[in-house]
Design a binder for this molecule. Structure first.
Ligand SMILES: [Zn+2]
Length: 258
C-alpha cells in the first residue's frame, strides 16, 4: 500500500532531513515507499542498513547465511558480545526494528544463488550488494540484469573500497570487471580490514541509495568510485556498457524502447 502521508512522530523523526532544500517531503515519502534488498549483513550491510532504516526506508529485505563471530564485532555495528553464535540477519533485524518501528523488515537466512535470487528480487526497487567475494557479486549482478533491477555494488578490504551503480540495460558488473579477477579473491577473513573502512564505504553506498530512492539521482551510474584509505583520496572512473558482455549485451534498445 502506497503511503501518502507521514504521522506526526515520523515527521519529527525525519525533520532534520525534510528541512533540507535538497530533500523535501516528496523525497521522504518516496523513501517511505521504497523497497530495498540488501545482500550481506556484515561490515557493509550493518552500517548501510542502519543508515537507510534511520533515514526512513519503507521496506528492507536483509539476506545473509552467516552467524555472528567474535571477529565481526570490530566493525559490524548492530551486534554485541552477547550475540556471538546467533544468525546475523535475525539479530540485525531485531536491532533495526528497535531503531525504527515504521520500517518493514524481513530477515532471510540463506546463501543466495541463481535459483533463489529471482524471488528475493520480486517487488524490489534497488539492490545493495554488501557481499564479500567476487563470485557472489557476479551472481547478484546476473540476477539483477535478468530481473532488470538497479544494483548498487560495494566492496571494501584492508584500507580501500569501491562502489558502482548499475542500471538495467546500461551496463553491468561484468562489463566493468570481466568474468573473474584474480586479484579480487581477497576476503576480510584472510586479508584483514580496518574498522573504519567498511563504515566509510557502507556510508557512501547508503548515501547513493538515498539519492536514488528519494531524489532519483544517480551520480555513480556507469561510474566506479575508488576510495583509498591511506591517502584519503577518491577517484571516479567512467565505464561504458560492453557490447559483447555475456550477461547484459542482449539488453539494448529493444528493452529501453518497450
Ligand atoms: Zn554487462
Amino acid at each position: 500500500m502506497t503511503k501518502t502521508q507521514l504521522s506526526d512522530p515520523e515527521l519529527l523523526r525525519y525533520s532534520r532531513q525534510i528541512l533540507l532544500p535538497e530533500w523535501d517531503m516528496d523525497a521522504q515519502l518516496k523513501l517511505a515507499n521504497s523497497r530495498v534488498l540488501m545482500i550481506g549483513a556484515g561490515g557493509l550491510g550493518n552500517p548501510a542498513a542502519q543508515i537507510l532504516v534511520r533515514a526512513g526506508l519503507g521496506f528492507l529485505r536483509l539476506v545473509d547465511f552467516d552467524s555472528i563471530e567474535e571477529s565481526n564485532l570490530q566493525r559490524q555495528f548492530l551486534f554485541q558480545s552477547s550475540d556471538v553464535g546467533l544468525p546475523k540477519v535475525e539479530v540485525a533485524v531485531r536491532e533495526l526494528q528497535k531503531i525504527n518501528p515504521w520500517t518493514t523488515l524481513e530477515a532471510v537466512d540463506l546463501k543466495v544463488n541463481l535459483a533463489n535470487l529471482p524471488a528475493l528480487l520480486a517487488d524490489i526497487d534497488l539492490v545493495l550488494d554488501g557481499s564479500d567475494n567476487f563470485a557472489t557479486r557476479d551472481l547478484i549482478n546476473q540476477a539483477c540484469v535478468q530481473a532488470k533491477v538497479p544494483l548498487l555494488s560495494a566492496a571494501a578490504i584492508g584500507l580501500e573500497g569501491q562502489i558502482a551503480f548499475f542500471q538495467p540495460a546500461q551496463g553491468c558488473y561484468r562489463c566493468l570487471f570481466g568474468n573473474g579477477l584474480d586479484d579480487d579473491t581477497r576476503q576480510c577473513a584472510e586479508s584483514g580490514v580496518l574498522a573504519s573502512t567498511t563504515a566509510v564505504i557502507a556510508s557512501l553506498q547508503a548515501h547513493h541509495a538515498l539519492l536514488f530512492l528519494g531524489l532519483n539521482q544517480t551520480p555513480l551510474a556507469n561510474r566506479l568510485l575508488l576510495w583509498n584509505g591511506i591517502t584519503m583520496q577518491q577517484r571516479v572512473l567512467k565505464f561504458a556498457k560492453d557490447s559483447n558482455c555475456a550477461i547484459c549485451s542482449h539488453l539494448g534498445d529493444k528493452v529501453s524502447l518497450k
